[in-house]
Design a protein around this ligand. Structure first.
Ligand code: GDP
Ligand code: IMO
Ligand code: MG
Length: 428
C-alpha cells in the first residue's frame, strides 16, 4: 500500500499530525522534497514534537527515509536528532536512511538567501532564510556538495572551494564575505555522524515496494508553493506536488498508490504573495488566535482567510488526490456564518481557476457562498455522527465544491482528535 500526503494550500495544513496518525500502520515514511523550511507538529498527549527534516514517522519508530529530492542542512539535521533524542525519540541507522546523493545546504546558501531577499526590496518572497532556494540553484547548476562527497575529504575541499568561488562576485557586490574553510572544517567534524545514515534509499524503497510494504510519502509545504504550479515567484524552490515523489526518491510508478490532500477548513499563508480570500478583519484575527496560526519555523503570524474551493480543486487535479483530509474544523466552531469561495471575478470575467498572470491575480475578487455556522464545540470529536448537523453540512458542501470525498477529519491537534469517516485504513 502506498500513500502520498501533500498539502493542498500554502503549507501548514496539518500534514505532520496526519502523517503521524497514518503511520501507526506504515513500514516506511519518506520525505521527497523541501528541507528544514518545513515545520511539522505532532502532539501526543502532553508531548509536542516539531520536525523540520526528519519524516514524522520517526515519532513512532518507523523506518524513515530522506530522499534525494530534499536539500539537507547537515547541522540542522544533527540539531534535530539531538533535540528529539532529548524527547526520548529513538534515532539510529536502523530507522533513519538518507540518500547518498542528497544535496547539502551550506552556510553560504543561508547568506545568499538573505542577500536575495534584500535585493528584492519591496517584492521580497518572505522565505524562511534556511538557504533552500540557493541550495536548489546549486544543485541544478551542478556545483552542489552531496552527502556521498563527505567520503573523500580531499576532493570535498576542492568542491566546496569551487562552489564558494562561484558565488564570490555576488557576495562582494553586497559587501559580504564567507570563508569556505568554515564549511569544510565543519563538515569534516560531523561527517562521521551523518554518514552513518547514508544509504541507497532508492533501492531500499523499491525493494519494499516489491514486497508491498506500507510506504507513506510525506510532502512538505503545499501545492500553491510549488515552483511550477504555485503562485510564482512567491513559492518555494521545489516541486511540492505528488509527481515529485518519483524523482525525489527513485521510487518507480506503481499501482495501489493513493494521494491524500491535507486541507485546512479555512486558508492560511506565511510570507508574501497573492491570497484572494484573505481576511484583514476580526474574523481573520479570530482564525489566528483560535487556530494558533503562527509559523512553526519562523514564528511569523500566518495570514488567514476563508476556504478557497477554486484553489483546492486545482490542487486535487495537479496532485491526483484521491481523498481529502480536512483539518482544524474546530477552529470554525464559534463562527455565525462561514464562507466558501467558489470562483473569482475580474470585472465581467469569471474564473474557476487561478490564472498564472500576476497582474490578473492581484485584481481577483472572491465569489462566496455562505453557510450558517454550528456554534458549538467539535474539539476532539472522533465520530462523524457526533459532529453537529451544520458541521456535517459544511463538510458535505465542501465535498460538492471540490468534487471528491473528505475521508478524514481532524478536530484537534492531538493524534487522537481524528475522525476516520469512511474507515479508510481500517483504523476504526
Ligand atoms: P504542517 O506543516 O502541515 O505539518 O502543519 P503545522 O504543524 O505547521 O501547523 C499545523 C498546526 O495546527 C500545528 O500546531 C498542529 O498541532 C495544529 N493542528 C493540526 N490539526 C489540528 C486540528 O484539527 N485542530 C487544531 N486546533 N489544531 C490542529
Ligand atoms: P510546511 O511543510 C508554510 C514558504 C515561506 C515563503 C516561501 C519560500 O510546514 O507546510 P523558502 O524558505 O521555502 O524559500 O520560502 O515558502 N514556506 C512555507 N510556508 N509551510 C511551509 O512548510 C513552508 N515552507 C516554506 O514562508 O513564503
Ligand atoms: Mg508547517
Amino acid at each position: 500500500m502506498f500513500y502520498t500526503i501533500v498539502g493542498t494550500q500554502w503549507g501548514d495544513e496539518g500534514k505532520g499530525k496526519i502523517v503521524d496518525w497514518l503511520s501507526s500502520k506504515a513500514d516506511f515514511v519518506v520525505r521527497f522534497q523541501g528541507g528544514n523550511n518545513a515545520g511539522h507538529t505532532i502532539k501526543v498527549d502532553k508531548n509536542i514534537y516539531k520536525l523540520n527534516l526528519l519524516p514524522s514517522g520517526i515519532i513512532r519508530n518507523k523506518k524513515c527515509i530522506i530522499g534525494n529530492g530534499v536539500v539537507l542542512d547537515p547541522w540542522a539535521l544533527t540539531n534535530e536528532i539531538s533535540n528529539l533524542r532529548n524527547q526520548k525519540i529513538n534515532i539510529n541507522n536502523n530507522n533513519l536512511f538518507i540518500a547518498e546523493n542528497v544535496c547539502l545546504i551550506l552556510p553560504i546558501h543561508k547568506l545568499i538567501d538573505e542577500i536575495n531577499e534584500e535585493s528584492r526590496g519591496n517584492n521580497l518572497i518572505g522565505t524562511t532564510k534556511k538557504g533552500i532556494g540557493p541550495a536548489y540553484e546549486d544543485k541544478v547548476g551542478r556545483r552542489a556538495i552531496r552527502l556521498c562527497d563527505l567520503n573523500d575529504h580531499l576532493n570535498l575541499e576542492l568542491k566546496i572551494k569551487y562552489l564558494y568561488d562561484f558565488h564570490f562576485p555576488r557576495l562582494e557586490k553586497y559587501n559580504r564575505s564567507i570563508d569556505y574553510n568554515e564549511a569544510y572544517e565543519g563538515l569534516i567534524k560531523i561527517s562521521n555522524e551523518i554518514l552513518t545514515y547514508s544509504a541507497p534509499v532508492w533501492k531500499i524503497i523499491n525493494d519494499a515496494g516489491k514486497k508491498n510494504k506500507f510506504i507513506l510519502f510525506e510532502g512538505a509545504q503545499g501545492s500553491l508553493l510549488d515552483i511550477d504550479f504555485g503562485t510564482y515567484p512567491y513559492v518555494t524552490s521545489s516541486n511540492t506536488s505528488s509527481g515529485q515523489i518519483f524523482s525525489g526518491t527513485g521510487f518507480g510508478i506503481k499501482e495501489n498508490h493513493s494521494v491524500l490532500g491535507i486541507t485546512k477548513a479555512y486558508t492560511t499563508r506565511v510570507g508574501s504573495g497573492p491570497f484572494v480570500t484573505e481576511l484583514d478583519d476580526e474574523i481573520g484575527n479570530h482564525f489566528v488566535e483560535k487556530g494558533q496560526e503562527f509559523g512553526t519555523v519562523t514564528k511569523r503570524k500566518r495570514r488567514c482567510g476563508w476556504f478557497d474551493s477554486v484553489l483546492v480543486s486545482q490542487s486535487i487535479s495537479i496532485n491526483g488526490i484521491t481523498d481529502v483530509v480536512l483539518t482544524k474544523l474546530d477552529v470554525l466552531d464559534e463562527m455565525k456564518e462561514i464562507k466558501i469561495c467558489t470562483g473569482y471575478r475580474d470585472g465581467e470575467k469569471i474564473f474557476n481557476y487561478l490564472p498564472f498572470d500576476q497582474n490578473i491575480q492581484e485584481k481577483l475578487i472572491p465569489i462566496y457562498e455562505s453557510l450558517p455556522g454550528w456554534q458549538s464545540s467539535t474539539f476532539g470529536t472522533t465520530n462523524w455522527n457526533d459532529l453537529p448537523k451544520k458541521a456535517q453540512e459544511y463538510i458535505e458542501c465542501l465535498e460538492s465544491k471540490i468534487g471528491i470525498k473528505i475521508s478524514i477529519i481532524s478536530t484537534g491537534p492531538d493524534r487522537a482528535h481524528t475522525i476516520d469517516r469512511n474507515n479508510l485504513l481500517g483504523y476504526n
